[in-house]
Design a protein around this ligand. Structure first.
Ligand code: RB5
Length: 149
């Protein structure tokens, strides 16, 4: 599996609803020699997704890690939190096609998964697609440049 930035660690975060899937993704990537940086949560005990999303977003925003993968039950709460950061383009994806387009057209730097609405195999295929698809640039570059306020 060829990934877009093999020199960086993939930043990971979830709440309790995404805890199991986060572990499965970390194990899957680890088995392929892809390093991850886990910002929690660290158990399936009920917690608040912003506590983990903000540190994860800051690691990607600063360039320490790239890209990120985040998940909560629906994906919405954690995506809303991540996208408060100016340098973050977090994309909620539930099919590999959406993940491919989020990279090609939006240069998404954090993949967000709805952990309670997709199975593990689908999630892993989405992760593979996201990590290996380059940004297309061109007209899409102009559009993403207009996103920040
Ligand atoms: C947790 O129950 C759930 O609200 C959370 O994982 C997420 O779906 C919020 O957007």
């Amino acid at each position: 599996m060829t990934i877009i930035r093999p020199d960086k660690k993939v930043a990971m975060c979830s709440d309790h609803a995404g805890f199991e899937l986060k572990n499965a993704i970390i194990d899957y990537l680890g088995a392929k020699g892809i390093a991850t940086d886990d910002f929690g949560t660290s158990s399936s005990e009920s917690c608040d997704y912003p506590d983990f999303a903000h540190p994860c977003a800051m690691a990607v925003e600063s360039g320490k890690d790239y890209p990120g993968i985040a998940m909560c039950g629906t994906g919405n709460g954690i995506a809303m939190t991540l996208n408060k950061h100016q340098g973050i383009r977090a994309a909620l994806c539930w099919t590999p096609e959406l993940a491919r387009l989020a990279r090609e057209h939006n240069d998404a730097n954090i993949l967000v998964l709805p952990a309670r609405f997709i199975d593990k195999d689908t999630a892993l295929t989405i992760v593979e697609t996201f990590l290996s698809t380059p940004f297309e640039g061109g007209r899409h570059e102009r559009r993403i440049d207009k996103i920040p306020l």
